[in-house]
Design a protein around this ligand. Structure first.
Ligand code: CIR
Length: 257
């Protein structure tokens, strides 16, 4: 398998049961099982050609496994976010440290909020979700950093879900997987669209690893649709992390080479 780039992940915090929850009821999380699933996720990244750097556990930061929310990786720049949830803001410190040894870094200011889960980068286009975790100041600060690098930036309303990438992800630079009940497909007319199966509303969050797409094996009907569109899928179990409202993209930051 061709080398794809570097991926950053983080060990699951022992306090994950105290995670933030927005749309789900709190249910017990089996830490051992969650760690096992996270191990399989890391293995899938490696198998797909990514060199994985796994950061140490943050025992007092329940959501810190969801590294995606702490940074946005652009071509030649890492933007460290200011997460919308106050409990998650300390997560950025170690991420900024790790990324600054790999890329120039810039920061979202204290007067804005932005979660990486709201930022969908597709080629040179950036879509920023209007969720409870990201505001217009976060959108404009990201735009001011990204536009000089050649990116076009647009805001997208989302409803009934946590982040933009709960509703839509890219399975390649021309193809998006989306839930039309959570985000308006009309806003993505220039792309080929694959819709999640109506029985699987939470299935839109898939992780494009280059040659293979990582999906949660809880969504077999949507998997079939992705495969029918010509993509290679690796389905893995992520249900323990899903109890914390996490999904496939949330657990890594990818720096393609
Ligand atoms: C939170 O509410 O922040 C976490 N419990 C879940 C974050 C999932 N992250 C993501 O979708 N990018």
């Amino acid at each position: 398998m061709k080398k794809q780039g570097i991926a950053i992940t983080r060990e699951i915090s022992r306090s994950i049961e105290n995670c933030e929850l927005t749309h789900l009821e709190r249910v017990p999380i089996d830490l051992k099982r969650a760690r096992h699933q996270h191990g399989a996720y890391t293995a899938a990244l490696k198998e797909a050609g990514w060199e994985v750097t796994t950061l140490a556990e943050e025992p007092h930061l329940p959501d810190s496994v969801f590294v995606e929310d702490t940074a946005v990786i652009l071509a030649g720049l890492a933007v460290i976010t200011r997460p919308g949830s106050e409990s998650r803001r300390p997560e950025t410190k170690s991420i900024a440290k790790a990324l600054s040894s790999m890329l120039p870094v810039a920061f979202i200011s204290d007067s804005a909020i932005l979660d990486g889960g709201d930022v969908l980068v597709v080629g040179k286009k950036i879509f920023v979700g209007q969720s409870s975790r990201s505001d217009s100041a976060g959108y404009s600060e990201l735009g001011n950093l990204a536009k000089p690098l050649g990116y076009g930036v647009e805001t997208i309303p989302v409803k009934s879900c946590l982040h933009l990438k709960s509703a839509v992800t890219a399975i390649d630079d021309r193809t998006l997987l989306l839930n039309p009940k959570w985000v308006n497909p009309e806003l993505f007319k220039e792309y080929n669209l694959v819709e999640v199966h109506a029985d699987e509303p939470a299935a839109a969050n898939c992780l494009n690893l280059g040659k293979v797409i990582i999906c949660d094996d809880a969504f077999p009907k949507t998997r079939q649709r992705i495969q029918a569109a010509g993509f290679l899928v690796n389905s893995i179990s992520l249900d323990e992390l899903a109890k914390a409202e996490g999904a496939a993209t949330c657990c890594s930051l990818l720096m393609p080479q």
